[in-house]
Ligand binder design. Structure first.
Ligand SMILES: [Zn+2]
Length: 284
């Protein structure tokens, strides 16, 4: 083989590999629904709380309300199902009917209903954190079903509390344990949701074991414009959350966005004021 031919084959091979890699990265970046922050030059953060609705949310809401801050709560469907939906909705969905409810269950239902109402009515947003909070590798059809039923519950609480019709595509999904694999994208499309909210995850869920100092350091060292902080609906939040808010204010981070989409109509203007869309696009 002469030298010219050798170089020509080598050149073609390199070009082929380059095109292959370019396509792979281009396609994978295009198809990803993952978002980690708002693309912005403003000092804004997004606070998110996973695993509710539950009693700890009342403590978190008190802190948020005292500081006039809004957040997004990624709710687990099986907790949300305890909400007292309208008779019409419960009749249409017998699978949610609380037959022979014990006094304890009934108290829990009342409590969840009040918590969800407080979350929504004070300007916070609710997202989908699956129905059973599992690991979904090899369980894609369960994931699709769980995202769909949780979307349905979320839509209904929006309708009943705020009188707004939210679509599945406007409901962000936070996967439990921030798990992510190609099947998650497929499930998301099947369920009609359009993005997976990730962001920075610290160790606040270990509560006392992690300790206030460690939790704060984690958030402080990852602070950047538009960052989504992934926190949890846990009682321990009352120890570190006021200090985090104070730190953010000291650093001139005074804006807190939610996932409220601007085209979602509400008679309450403060909902739109907190929309991430006032600052920029959600990006990976
Ligand atoms: Zn979770």
């Amino acid at each position: 083989m002469n030298a010219k031919l050798k170089y020509s084959i080598l050149g073609t091979t390199i070009m082929f590999i380059f095109i292959l890699f370019f396509n792979f990265f281009y396609i994978s970046s295009k198809s990803s629904s993952e978002v980690n922050k708002i693309d912005t030059n403003k000092n804004v953060t997004m606070l998110t709380f996973d695993d509710g609705p539950g009693e700890a949310d009342l403590k978190i809401l008190k802190i948020l309300n005292n500081n006039n801050i809004h957040a997004t709560f990624f709710e687990v469907g099986c907790n949300l199902a305890k909400y007292r939906f309208s008779d019409k909705f419960e009749e249409a969905h017998p699978e949610l009917k609380k037959n022979e409810e014990s006094v304890e269950d009934s108290k829990k239902s009342d409590s969840i209903t009040t918590i969800v109402q407080k979350i929504l009515n004070s300007g916070n947003f609710i997202g989908n954190h699956t129905y059973n909070h599992q690991k979904y590798v090899n369980k894609i059809s369960s994931l699709i079903d769980e995202l769909k039923i949780t979307n349905m519950l979320i839509k209904e609480v929006y309708k009943e509390n705020l009188g707004v019709d939210i679509s599945s595509s406007q409901i962000p999904v936070r996967m439990p344990y921030l798990q992510y694999f190609p099947g998650v994208e497929y499930a998301l499309k099947q369920a009609g949701n359009s993005y997976i909210a990730r962001g920075y995850l610290g160790t606040d869920y270990f509560e006392k074991e992690a300790g206030v100092a460690k939790i704060l350091t984690q958030y402080e060292t990852h602070l950047k414009k538009g960052i989504i902080f992934c926190c949890h609906s846990k009682d321990y939040a009352q120890e570190w959350l006021p200090l985090l808010i104070e730190y953010l204010r000291d650093k001139n981070y005074t804006k807190f966005a939610t996932f409220w989409p601007k085209n979602l109509d509400s008679s309450i203007s403060s909902f739109k004021e907190n929309s991430y869309e006032n600052y920029g696009r959600l990006v990976k």
